[in-house]
Design a protein around this ligand. Structure first.
Ligand SMILES: [Zn+2]
Length: 245
């Protein structure tokens, strides 16, 4: 009965590519054409910022960016370089167009964050402000964090930090303006450090652009007594040409 129902569903909703809607044999994945255009971030990369290196500078070498402006978090990792196909996936994820996309993204993110899972971290999605959440009814970072939690057997807590004031959209702002825009935007749960009980945190976001939001959130958690904070995003901007929408 279950199988018959499954086949009926296949007829009504044939499987299509999560990125371009081309018909596919399998559900919940993307077509080979789209897959070929994705740029996974693999070693060698900066151990701090996760920025891919063109050539291997030798193990332990930190990027110039990380040296010039050390981030408050320990390590950042991302599954993909933010390019056109990645942007299409992120935009579909953001507007809840294909809810099954979160599972696909989480599979790639689980690999990118492979160094994080052994420590049993708590996954915390970057919160939207309540007003934006009502408007959109959907927080893509929470969907990613939940899908990641299922895959990695880590806990996911979307209730430990909230946005206390609305922030302007980050689009079109310089790095400094972005930082000013998000400073003091977050508040941690008053019992945060008791709830975490020493467990490390992995902050989850869809796109890492300049990192200003993730840095502000990290600082907020540090003030609340959390020591070990890593960040994981689905995609990250690598050149400053492609600033996402
Ligand atoms: Zn496709």
């Amino acid at each position: 009965m279950g199988r018959l129902f499954g086949r009926v569903l296949d007829l009504v909703y044939p499987a299509t590519c999560l990125a371009c809607d081309r018909p596919l044999a399998d559900a919940d994945t993307i077509c080979s054409t789209c897959f070929a255009t994705l740029r996974p971030i693999t070693a060698p990369y900066c151990p701090v910022l996760g920025l891919p290196f063109e050539a291997d500078p030798g193990s332990g070498t930190v990027s110039a960016e990380a040296l010039a402006d050390p981030p408050p978090f320990r390590r950042a990792r991302a599954a993909l370089v933010y390019n056109d196909p990645a942007a299409r996936i992120v935009s579909r994820l953001k507007y809840g167009d294909r809810p099954e996309l979160a599972g696909f993204c989480a599979a790639l993110m689980a690999q990118a964050g492979a160094d994080f899972w052994a420590a049993g971290p708590v996954l915390i999605p970057v919160p939207l402000h309540a007003r934006r959440f009502v408007h959109r009814r959907y927080n893509q970072s929470t969907e990613l964090a939940r899908a990641l939690a299922r895959r990695t057997n880590c806990a996911c807590r979307a209730d430990l930090v909230r946005r206390i004031r609305p922030t302007r959209q980050q689009v079109g702002l310089s790095a400094t303006a972005r930082e000013r825009n998000v400073a003091g935007a977050f508040a941690a749960h008053p019992k945060l450090s008791q709830i975490l009980a020493g467990r490390p945190v992995v902050l989850v976001d869809d796109v890492y652009t300049t990192g200003s939001t993730l840095k502000a959130l990290t600082r907020c958690l540090k003030r609340a007594g959390v020591e070990h904070i890593d960040v994981l995003s689905f995609a990250r901007v690598v050149s400053d040409e492609a600033i996402p929408i």
